[in-house]
Write a protein that binds this ligand. Structure first.
Ligand SMILES: Nc1ncnc2c1ncn2[C@@H]1O[C@H](COP(=O)(O)OP(=O)(O)OP(=O)(O)O)[C@@H](O)[C@H]1O
Length: 633
């Protein structure tokens, strides 16, 4: 009982939340839509009345029918006008509400300061449910639910008005029509609920089928499908998952078709009986033929108003979206530290400066320290970083090396404020970066991630995304060109059909795709653009993995000049490159195991020296031509 009450309360709250979305479409628009819907709901009763009047006028000798004909015409015209206007009104209302809802969800997601929230499986599932982008017939958007709920309410207008017409003939006909209508509604609704559940249960199979289906048309996967001859295997897998879901659905369709006889019986017998009673009554002198015709029309109106389940389905399909959006709001609403204590106000308010374009003083690179930093991924068995201490001195080039999985990328993300340490802290000039605020800190730190993003935008925009917002014009063409030149993109730009404006996506008109190495240079240029806009810590996570030897060597020869006044943290497996750094740290077991210059670490004879010797041997045996050609010595 308590459970039922709680379920009813939740349903009422969610339905109210759906209705509350409607004013978001704009009050005047909503008012017109409600007026149209109410008029439409009144039409069956109006039709019944004017039909009765016309028939009576026609049956009465000498009575004029012109007035009655005009009334019938007016009702028909009103009906047509309503249905003509209803469609665009609904489209507008739906578009506005859903666009606003999706933007709200996106805002919520992008506002979260750290990655762990977005990465969690729970949040991903909520996002999938709340984005309201229906991929199945059982899913409805919030606007569809809101409009459905409006129709459910307006349906009462139709029910009351048609019931009043019927009651005018004889009140006891009203329950005779309403009771079987309620039974039919119950039966039909039960079938839909069952069908709905079968679909929901089969959704995991459906998603697997979609996954394999999409592989057959995705350009990236098309390569492998052909290389390994996986085409038929993938199609077969998709079919198997689809059958695993749809066999149950189709069985239920058959069952529902068989049950339709009961529904038909429940509708036809009482409705037929009511109409027969009315017809017999008319032949015995109770009312006119016109009144009987009106009664039949209104009776059908009563029945339709009760049995229609389409709107209720819209509401049911949208309720999970509203629920997920509420849960997401509760989960993601985290206050971001925007208030900056006095000690670091300077960092927050510094004028961001593009060299050569403004006279503001250059902000200095901060002295960054990681103090006893411990970090574990949610749900993982142990921490990746364990009480790690590291200092990044202003303006230095610090290299971080370590085996695969040692935690180098994790370290870069903690440094950039994308993850918060579970213990310890990151400080800039002695101030905890949490006190500075994630947004303010990230304007000071820029990162080229290992898995950087290839935006489907022009080359210019791809670079200028390094720093958006602020009071400078965007994109800043001088800063874009300077950063591109520093990243070695000059020859690439010359070869692009529309130069800087060329879209870097083959799917776009006039677009091109770049090679892996060229994309890496674009990502580097993006980070260098950020340094031109004020970032003072540049983190490069494997920035040259796709670059050829010559481009990489050339880049590093210029790196010190390019990043003057900026602290650079370079994560790399290429130790021949790393040796050029001011300082090298080796990450092992979640801590800094070794630290020093290349010569100091070689003299130490530890893990770094061992790794370097191994790589040098491999290169000397021809795995890499850098040592032989003397590009890197
Ligand atoms: N988002 C994540 N969620 C859970 N575990 C993760 C996540 N990212 C990385 N890890 C785990 O953390 C550990 C360190 O990964 P990380 O990517 O930091 O290592 P790395 O030193 O950069 O490795 P590589 O040299 O291969 O790039 C690994 O065991 C990895 O499986």
């Amino acid at each position: 009982m308590q459970k039922t009450v709680r379920r009813l309360c939740a349903a009422t709250r969610e339905r109210t939340a759906l209705l509350a979305l409607l004013p978001g479409a704009g009050r005047p628009l909503l008012a017109v839509l409600v007026a149209v819907r109410v008029l439409q709901a009144l039409l069956p009763a109006a039709t019944a009345l004017v039909t009765a009047r016309l028939l009576d006028a026609a049956a009465t000798p000498g009575a004029g029918t012109a007035g009655a004909v005009l009334l019938v015409g007016a009702v028909l015209l009103l009906g047509q006008t309503c249905s003509v206007f209803q469609r665009p009104l609904v489209t507008l209302v739906r578009g506005r509400i859903d666009a606003r809802h999706r933007a709200d969800v996106m805002r919520l997601l992008t506002r979260t300061a750290t990655l762990d929230v977005v990465e969690s499986a729970e949040v991903q599932a909520l996002v999938r449910a709340a984005t309201a982008d229906p991929r199945e017939w059982i899913e409805k958007t919030p606007a569809e639910g809101a409009l459905g709920q409006l129709s459910v309410l307006v349906r009462w207008v139709g029910l009351v008005s048609t019931a009043a017409v019927v009651a005018a003939w004889s009140w006891w006909l009203v329950p005779l029509l309403v009771v079987p209508a309620v039974v039919v509604r119950h039966l039909v609704r039960g079938q839909w609920v069952r069908h709905f559940r079968i679909w929901v249960d089969g959704l995991p199979e459906n998603r697997r089928a979609h996954y394999w289906g999409e592989l057959t048309s995705a350009p990236a996967e098309a390569k492998e499908l052909r290389t390994f001859g996986l085409g038929a295997w993938v199609v077969d897998r998709r079919q198997r998952h689809l059958h695993a879901q749809l066999d149950d659905v189709w069985a239920d369709d058959l069952r529902a078709a068989r049950e339709k006889w009961w529904v038909l019986l429940a509708a036809v017998v009482p409705l037929g009986a009511a109409f027969v009673v009315a017809a017999v009554g008319t032949t015995r002198g109770h009312g006119t033929v016109g009144a009987l015709a009106g009664l039949l029309a209104a009776g059908w109106g009563v029945f339709s108003a009760v049995t229609g389940t389409g709107d209720a389905l819209m509401v049911e399909g949208a309720r999970p979206v509203v629920r997920a959006a509420e849960a997401l709001r509760a989960r993601l609403t985290e206050p971001e530290t925007e208030t900056v204590p006095g000690a670091v106000r300077e960092i927050e308010t510094e004028t961001r400066h593009v060299p050569g374009t403004a006279t503001a003083p250059e902000p200095a690179a901060p002295h960054v320290r990681l103090e006893g930093v411990t970090f574990a991924y949610p749900g993982s068995s142990g921490p990746v970083l364990r009480g790690l201490d590291l200092e990044i001195r202003p303006g230095e080039l610090l290299a971080v090396v370590g085996l695969n999985g040692a935690g180098k990328s994790t370290l870069t993300k903690v440094l950039a404020g994308l993850y918060e340490p579970s213990a310890g802290r990151v400080t800039a000039d002695g101030v905890d970066v949490r006190a500075i605020g994630a947004r303010a800190w990230r304007r000071r730190v820029t990162v080229v991630h290992q898995d950087f993003v290839r935006y489907q935008l022009s080359l210019e925009d791809n670079i200028a995304l390094g720093q958006v917002g602020g009071d400078r014009p965007w994109p800043d063409p001088d800063a874009v060109r300077g950063a591109a030149t520093d990243a070695g993109l000059g020859p690439v730009v010359d070869g692009l059909p529309a130069g800087w404006r060329t879209p870097l996506a083959r799917s776009r008109t006039g677009g091109v795709d770049l090679s892996g190495g060229q994309w890496q240079q674009v990502a580097l240029a993006r980070a260098l653009y950020a340094t031109r806009a004020g970032a003072r810590v540049l983190v490069l996570d494997e920035p040259t993995a796709h670059l050829d030897v010559r481009t990489e060597a050339e880049l590093f020869r210029r790196l010190a000049g390019i990043t003057q006044g900026v602290s650079t943290v370079l994560v790399s497996h290429r130790l021949s490159t790393v040796r050029l750094a001011d300082r090298i740290v080796l990450l092992a077991d979640g801590r800094i195991a070794e630290s020093g210059t290349h010569d100091e670490l070689m003299a130490l004879g530890g893990s770094y020296a061992h790794m370097f010797a191994l790589q040098a041997q491999r290169f000397a045996r021809g795995y890499d031509d850098r040592l032989e050609t003397g590009v890197l010595s």
